[in-house]
Design a protein around this ligand. Structure first.
Ligand code: PLP
Length: 371
């Protein structure tokens, strides 16, 4: 089945009792036992599992071509479950350009529990040099946030496999519509479903999808169930609903982003545009091999310094100045100021989440703001 069909059907269970075409939201926290004390439906208590969460996990599994999925209350909770599942003392390698909220989580919450190195992971020699006997996990994020750097997924996996190291890929920017890391050999895929899966900037969520049901995956399931950072039935319902249009939304985001990137690249006030769909991207060859679309995220470096870049933001009307991404409305953000003092993000960088407004209106707004 193609992804458009999976997105619509794999998460939906018509209701046997009422005939409702769309699965009802099951708010009940608890489920009745039968006379023998067992559970006919398999559901016991909603922290362990819930019908709406099961439907969400089913469609996620199918979208990424995995064996199982686990849904969490945020992307960070999903990431946390991965790090909590590791044996204390495990060495983890992460990219130097990655989602700052997860970098801060690892640095602050796991400093005494795990060993870690943040490295230029796209230099494979640097990666090899950092592998140690206790390295258990390589974390990748591609395209990365906010520099849109690309990691060669297959090459990193082949190095990891030689050393028996697991690979997790944060696939939030690409979504399974444009990139399926499990099919390239990754062990786990992680998403912030707050972003494109939700797609309307109105719910928080995170997910993990596994290639195989291993003992490690069982441990992650334990963190989900016993740790309890689970999404509500309402949020699961909304995600299942939003995912139905994911492939079409992603096509629209990518089309708009491509045209905006091409326009901005020619603009005299723009120093550089970072977008995977531009042949000027330094890793365009890898991009074409592992992605079948380029996504809706781009970053621009404005000429004239930080003040000028902030002036541009404040002159826009259709691009809302706000953090986050993946919604139908366009957002823009001066990234260095949210990442805090230790950020390496350039002070003139603006990160753009290109929405689904008409591209002519978006370009006209940019034209006016750039001046
Ligand atoms: C937003 C984001 C996260 C964290 O997800 P939350 O839902 O905000 O907890 C992780 N990775 C990437 C790439 C993100 O954009």
């Amino acid at each position: 089945m193609k992804i458009e069909t999976i997105a619509i059907h794999a998460g939906n269970v018509p209701d046997e009792v009422t005939g409702a075409v769309i699965q009802p939201i099951v708010m009940s926290t608890t489920f009745e036992r039968n006379a023998e004390g067992g559970y006919n439906s398999g559901y016991i208590y909603s922290r362990s599992s819930n019908p709406n969460r099961t439907s969400l996990e089913n469609v996620l599994t199918r979208l990424e071509g995995g064996a199982d999925a686990a849904a969490f209350s945020s992307g960070n909770a999903a990431g946390m479950a991965v790090f909590q599942s590791l044996k204390p003392g495990t060495h983890v390698i992460l990219p130097d350009d990655m989602y700052h909220g997860l970098r801060n989580q690892v640095k602050n919450l796991f400093a005494d529990i795990l060993e870690f190195d943040f490295i230029e992971i796209n230099d494979l020699d640097v990666l090899k040099q950092h592998i140690k006997p206790n390295t258990g996990l390589i974390w990748i994020e591609t395209p990365s946030n906010p520099l849109l750097k690309i990691t060669d997924i297959k090459k990193v996996i082949s190095i990891a496999k030689q050393h028996n190291i697991k690979v997790v890929c944060d696939n939030t920017f690409a979504t399974p519509v444009f990139q399926q890391p499990l099919l390239l050999g990754a062990d786990l895929v992680m998403h912030s479903s707050t972003k494109y899966f939700g797609g309307h900037s109105d719910l928080m969520g995170g997910v993990l999808i596994t290639a195989e049901k291993t003992d490690w995956w069982a441990k992650i399931r334990q963190v989900q169930e016993m740790g309890g950072a689970i999404p509500s039935p309402m949020d699961c319902y909304y995600l299942v609903r939003s995912i139905k249009t994911l492939p079409y939304r992603m096509d629209g985001h990518a089309k708009n982003a491509q045209l905006l990137a091409e326009y901005l690249e020619k603009h005299p006030k723009v120093e550089r545009v970072l977008y995977p769909g531009l042949p000027s991207h330094p890793q365009y060859d890898i991009i074409k091999q592992q992605m079948n679309g380029f996504g809706g995220m781009l970053s621009i470096l404005i000429k004239g310094g930080e003040e000028e870049s902030k002036r541009v933001i404040n002159s826009l009307t259709l691009f809302t100045q706000a953090t986050s991404l993946g919604g139908v409305e366009s957002l823009i953000e001066h990234r260095a100021s949210i990442e805090g003092p230790d950020t390496k993000t350039p002070r003139t960088l603006l990160r753009v989440s290109v929405g689904l407004e008409h591209i002519d209106d978006l370009i006209a707004d940019m034209e006016k703001a750039l001046g």
